[in-house]
Design a protein around this ligand. Structure first.
Ligand SMILES: Nc1ncnc2c1ncn2[C@@H]1O[C@H](COP(=O)(O)OP(=O)(O)O)[C@@H](O)[C@H]1O
Ligand SMILES: [Mg+2]
Length: 438
């Protein structure tokens, strides 16, 4: 992408409405634009990161055996009347009438709809286990939308739903999502701690929130310090037998404020007690027959008798994750994207547009990187070098390939690492070799 042909509306000043650094930086970088309270347009740079976050979520869901579909955002109220949640949900639900005066709603979640899809076609225990998921826009008419994408009204969520024949297999499904979540967040450079959590309006009895520790987080959380740096389990696991991993991660104390038990927390050695604030990036629930029973989602068992399926649901705040990643990775100059989610891998920065040698070297680098499948932003704008350095630091591209007349005269370019600030002076070919090695 050539910057001169791109749409990157950077803000010079800090927007006064932004109270936390991630919101401030997303606005300044031209990633999002607020269109109404808690409702954002995703501008090209923001959309690139959003898509990368989605891809990671999709890849990890696939490994855990979940199957992707896409359900409509508008749902019939009648479906929610079956579970009783249409009346229970309250003002967070955006209720709509169509021209026939039929009650619709913009889905805040989709347990009812996925259960409807399931019961229409799954008949036998042989079709289980099944996990269906989507990545789609949700609407919740939050009382206090704030902190940008952290608490929006319209937001992108990954929601998965598991169906099993009985509780033991449902717990296996729960463990698969538990492990997939640890791997997902770790790939985004985040340290997520699973904590015992309240089940809220989803209902049920087993639930964990995945929390990123951050001073700007909305939740008060309490946990054993050793959980924070525990590495993610990785892919090399037995997906049907994850109980040991689950037990290892849940034997140490970790709870959100609603589930906090002061006595149990007090029993941890004092130097291991961590009382902090956190961002909830994921939330998983096991709720058994809560929806399958009223909505009659049953399969025939081995003996031919009907059995209500045992269900769980598993959310990831996909759009919220961008805020969480920025809270966890920035400095005074701007965002420092982990490579896995960076909007571009490399910025080619021309220090003198119009200089024949510089233009030729930049074009050569731009083409070679593109050809190697590297996402590259070619900064061919007329800005002064200082302004270019500042804007490339601000938007946080991991590597900057800086090409100017002075260096070229000596046969060199500069390669800068955004995270460490480290600069190497080297020939263009050597820089390209580094940037294109897989
Ligand atoms: N208003 C919101 N804005 C952005 N992300 C949200 C919002 N509400 C929920 N999420 C994300 O979706 C995930 C699943 O939501 P859920 O746990 O059902 O909601 P809640 O925590 O509000 O009860 C949460 O863990 C969070 O990451
Ligand atoms: Mg939650």
């Amino acid at each position: 992408m050539r910057l001169s042909r791109y749409f990157l509306p950077l803000l010079k000043e800090n927007p006064s409405e932004a109270q936390i650094v991630s919101h401030r930086l997303m606005l300044r970088c031209g990633m999002i634009r607020q269109e109404a309270a808690g409702i954002y347009a995703w501008l090209p740079l923001g959309l690139r990161v959003l898509r990368k976050v989605e891809r990671i979520v999709e890849e990890e869901m696939l490994k855990a055996g979940a199957v992707q579909l896409l359900m409509p955002t508008l749902q019939l109220a009648d479906l929610w009347r079956e579970s009783g949640r249409y009346d229970d949900y309250g003002q967070e639900m955006l209720r709509i009438k169509d021209r026939h005066e039929r009650d619709l709603l913009y889905g805040p979640t989709a347990e009812e709809m996925v259960t409807d899809i399931f019961r229409a076609s799954v008949r036998s225990y042989k079709d289980l286990p099944l996990n269906l998921y989507q990545i789609s826009w949700k609407f919740r008419d939050e009382q206090r939308p704030r902190f940008g994408v952290m608490r929006g009204r319209e937001f992108l969520m990954k929601d998965a739903y598991s169906f099993d024949i009985d509780e033991p297999s449902a717990r296996k499904a729960y463990n698969r999502m538990f492990v997939a979540y640890l791997n997902t967040f770790s790939r985004m450079g985040l340290k997520a701690v699973p904590m015992r959590a309240d089940t809220g309006p989803i209902g049920g009895d087993l639930s964990h929130e995945f929390i990123i520790l951050a001073d700007t987080g909305e939740s008060a959380v309490f946990c054993h310090k050793d959980l924070v740096d525990m590495p993610a389990p990785g892919d090399d696991v037995d997906w049907d037998n994850l109980q040991d991993i689950f037990d290892e991660r849940t034997s140490l104390y970790a709870a959100t404020e609603e589930m906090h038990d002061e006595a149990a927390f007090g029993a941890i050695p004092a130097d291991k007690q961590l009382s902090a604030r956190g961002i909830e990036v994921g939330h998983i629930f096991y709720f058994g027959e809560k929806y399958s029973k009223p909505m009659k989602a049953a399969v025939s068992g081995p003996d031919g008798k009907d059995i209500n399926v045992h269900m769980g649901s598993y959310g990831v705040g996909v759009s919220r994750l961008l805020g969480a990643i920025i809270e966890a990775s920035h400095d005074e100059n701007g965002i420092i994207w982990p490579e896995s989610v960076a909007p571009f891998d490399v910025a080619v920065v021309s220090l003198r547009v119009g200089d024949a040698a510089v233009d030729a070297a930049c074009e050569q680098a731009y083409k070679a990187l593109q050809k190697a499948g590297v996402d590259v932003l070619y900064n061919d704008s007329d800005d002064r070098p200082g302004a270019k350095f500042a804007s490339m630091d601000l938007i946080g591209i991991p590597k900057q390939l800086i090409i100017g007349p002075k260096g070229l005269a000596e046969g060199n370019v500069e390669l800068k690492d955004r995270a460490t600030g480290e600069r190497q002076v080297l020939p263009l070919e050597a820089a390209l070799a580094q940037l294109t090695k897989a």
